[in-house]
Design a binder for this molecule. Structure first.
Ligand SMILES: Nc1ncnc2c1ncn2[C@@H]1O[C@H](COP(=O)(O)OP(=O)(O)OP(=O)(O)O)[C@@H](O)[C@H]1O
Ligand SMILES: [Mg+2]
Length: 346
């Protein structure tokens, strides 16, 4: 039979796909025992109970142990880390991330997230960035939606607008001076699809953060793709974000999915800064009447679950849609977004 050291060495090759580090290094392997008949068993201590990737890790572990001479069978039991152990594991995961470029000084990093798609995250991110910029603050947007990038289009930024220098990437700069980094700015055309799996997406996001000359910024806003995907996980684990701004709509479905996002954020020990309800209502220009097109608001309930305030409710505004489509989000003026800015700055 191999020694404990040999078995642990073999298990070092098994990577937790979420944290990108070895299960041995993350102290996920406990109670390794074996008997003379060649049966090895151990406890795989998961960061998240019921982690969907647990079977993959177990099967990888089985494979590397079975490859050792004398091992006839492998039994993997599962258990979960305590809060303190989980914190230590995630902190360890973070240390591998590229450090901010030495010229970068970013004061606040806010990720904009939703559960459901199409609720207006990118629009809110762009309008918020513009409103912060109008206050004289230095602002950047990191477009973490690699496969569905839409930030450049909102600002009318052409493809190929990112430049690369020896020290890293130079962001594209919008009319009012916002710095933007997005995969679409690297592609030959905005219609070129990005067909990448999770690890490549995560790696692109890490580069956008660590290898970009962001310079001195008051705020870096990160536009996430919908849901609790690899990209969301990468942003929350690999970038030292200060908090998450949640975007939702009044629909019950949107509220239900945003609750999932809240639970994910909480598991990763990240703060929800507040909630923005978009497409909240419509004021008819003909009669000035208010219509709750997507039904009554759920923001009070979600704010309670998230333990964070409902910052703003944005109406459905055809002017916003038209300006965004025309690449002129910088022309949009919104009293609600200005109020949101006050809350964020506070
Ligand atoms: N308040 C609003 N009034 C009118 N149109 C809006 C409003 N907010 C967003 N839109 C429009 O809704 C569409 C979807 O918005 P957006 O792309 O910002 O959503 P998203 O949540 O980022 O989507 P995805 O999940 O695909 O990233 C866009 O066409 C946008 O112009
Ligand atoms: Mg979007």
């Amino acid at each position: 039979m191999p020694s404990e050291n040999e078995m642990m060495n073999a298990l070092s090759a098994v990577i937790d796909p979420e944290l990108g580090r070895s299960i041995v290094e993350l102290k996920m392997v406990r109670d390794l025992i074996w008997d003379s008949s060649g049966v090895v068993s151990f406890n795989l201590v998961l960061t998240i109970p019921g982690c969907p990737l647990k079977d993959q890790m177990a099967s990888d572990a089985r494979k590397v142990l079975m490859a050792l001479p004398g091992v006839k069978d492998v039994v993997v039991n599962f258990s979960a880390m305590t809060e303190a152990e989980k914190k230590a594991a995630f902190a360890q995961g973070r240390s591998a991330v590229p450090k901010l470029n030495q010229f970068n000084q970013v004061r606040q990093i806010i990720a904009v997230m939703s559960g459901k798609g199409g609720v207006g995250k990118s629009t809110v991110t762009a309008m918020l960035a513009v409103a912060l910029c109008r206050k004289g603050l230095k602002v950047g947007i990191l477009d973490a939606d690699i496969t569905g990038s839409s930030i450049p289009k909102l600002f009318g930024l052409p493809s190929g607008g990112l430049r690369s220098a020896e020290q890293g990437m130079l962001p594209a700069v919008t009319g009012i001076g916002l710095k933007v980094v997005s995969i679409n700015l690297l592609l030959k055309g905005e219609d070129v699809p990005v067909i990448w799996r999770g690890p490549m997406i995560s790696s692109a996001i890490r580069q956008f953060w660590g290898e970009t000359l962001w310079g001195k910024l008051d705020y870096l806003l990160i536009d996430l793709p919908p849901g609790t995907s690899d990209a969301a996980l990468s942003v929350m684990q690999d970038i030292p974000i200060d908090g998450v701004l949640l975007v939702t709509t009044p629909q019950g479905l949107s509220a239900m999915v945003v609750r999932k996002a809240v639970h994910m954020i909480r598991q990763l020990n990240i703060r929800v800064l507040g909630l923005v309800e978009n497409l909240s209502y419509f004021i008819c220009p003909d009669n000035g009447k208010r219509y709750d097109i997507f039904g009554p608001s759920h923001s009070g309930e979600i704010a309670e679950i998230a333990g964070a305030p409902a910052f703003a409710a944005l109406p459905i505004d055809p002017v916003i849609a038209a300006k965004c489509d025309a690449g002129r989000v910088e022309d949009v003026v919104s009293a609600e977004i200005d109020r949101l800015v006050e809350q964020i700055i506070k």
